[in-house]
Design a protein around this ligand. Structure first.
Ligand code: NAP
Length: 309
């Protein structure tokens, strides 16, 4: 959906953090006229200045408490490690009826960290738009980032259904498909589909970096043989990913345990010349790729600046 709304869906929206995700959302809010006023908050003035120069907001502050004043919708889009401070600083200024949502990549920890700070009458509707690139900051955002991707919404039991519906409607405007899920399940699914793959990329690029001089140079030269894709993933923001691993510790460790067992099994198959075992595993994984293509999840997001996924 991308038509301009006749009257804004939210009179006042506060975006806490104005990086890749929240700046992309700001562009959607602007494009579709969904917010009467957009207030933004970041850690530094430099980021706020960039976002204001891009025309993404009507007001800017480094104080989350000021940003959320009178807001109908608050979207937390900072690294997960900042959530506790943000929640604490904004809590007493949230008005009754306000919806607090977020875009974080881990969901149980959000509920654990944010919910205790929220006053009565404020609705917490955690969400994760599963869309991104390896770029950061307000300049990296683009409105089309979310198109045809999934947004997973994980409201705690007893959340006001009307508040959930408004968050659903917001992400539908951004072109997303919606999936409701329990936070714990979300964290397990994302551990294997996103978090462990990033850890593997960080590891393999780290291993290559530690190779002795000549060998390392050849790795860069011949990177098109598969390594290149790992380097793109391993270029993702270090703060964001540090926080993801620390906040989704249990699910990541569980999935990493399973992965390590499977890796050892493949290592053994290679050592023992068990070609059939290798062939069977690789045939099964090929089917998974077909499933991803059928689900239209193989296409990287369109962007004027990059086409990374
Ligand atoms: P980003 O581009 O690195 O931007 C982070 C923003 O948060 C910056 O504006 C930063 O301000 C601000 N910030 C940091 N600490 C803050 C604090 N204490 N108070 C207020 N603002 C603060 O991040 P992103 O990629 O948009 O990711 C944001 C969230 O979205 C993360 O929780 C991540 O897990 C989730 N997510 C990311 C992706 C992805 O692919 N990138 C995809 C889905 C979900 P300064 O610039 O001033 O430091």
């Amino acid at each position: 959906m991308s038509e301009k709304a006749t009257s804004p869906m939210f009179a006042r929206v506060a975006l806490i953090g104005i990086g890749l995700i929240n700046s992309s959302l700001a562009r959607v809010l602007r494009r579709d006229g969904l917010a009467g006023h957009i207030a933004i908050c970041a850690r530094t003035r430099a980021t706020l200045d960039k976002a204001m120069a891009l025309g993404l907001a009507d007001s800017a502050t480094i104080d989350p408490g000021v940003a959320v004043q009178d807001a109908d919708l608050v979207v937390i889009g900072t690294p997960l490690g900042a959530y506790a401070d943000v929640a604490q600083n904004m809590a007493s200024n949230l008005k009754a009826g306000c919806i607090v949502t977020d875009v974080g990549s881990v969901k149980e920890a959000v509920i654990r960290t944010v919910a205790p700070h929220l006053p009565q009458g404020v609705h917490l509707v955690p969400a994760h738009p599963v869309a991104g690139t390896e770029h950061s900051g307000p300049e990296a955002g683009f409105a089309e980032l979310f198109e045809n991707r999934w947004c997973i919404i994980t409201p705690p039991a007893g959340t006001d259904p009307a508040a959930v519906e408004r968050v659903v409607e917001l992400w539908r405007h951004a072109g997303m498909k919606i999936q409701m899920m329990e936070a714990e399940r979300h964290d397990k699914v994302l551990a294997i589909t996103s978090h462990v793959p990033h850890l593997i990329a960080y590891t393999i690029v780290g291993t290559a970096t530690d190779l002795e001089g000549d060998l390392r140079d050849e790795v860069i030269k011949f990177s098109a043989g598969g390594f290149r894709d790992f380097t793109r993933i391993a270029a993702s923001d270090p703060t964001m990913w540090r926080d993801i691993f620390l906040t989704n510790k249990e699910a990541v460790l569980e999935m990493l345990g399973r992965f390590s067992e499977d890796l050892i099994a493949l290592r053994r198959a290679i050592r023992r010349d068990e070609g059939q075992t290798l062939y069977d595993v690789f045939s099964r994984t090929r089917q998974i790729r077909r499933g991803v293509i059928d689900a239209q999840q193989h296409i990287p997001p369109k962007s004027p600046k990059n086409n990374a996924g």
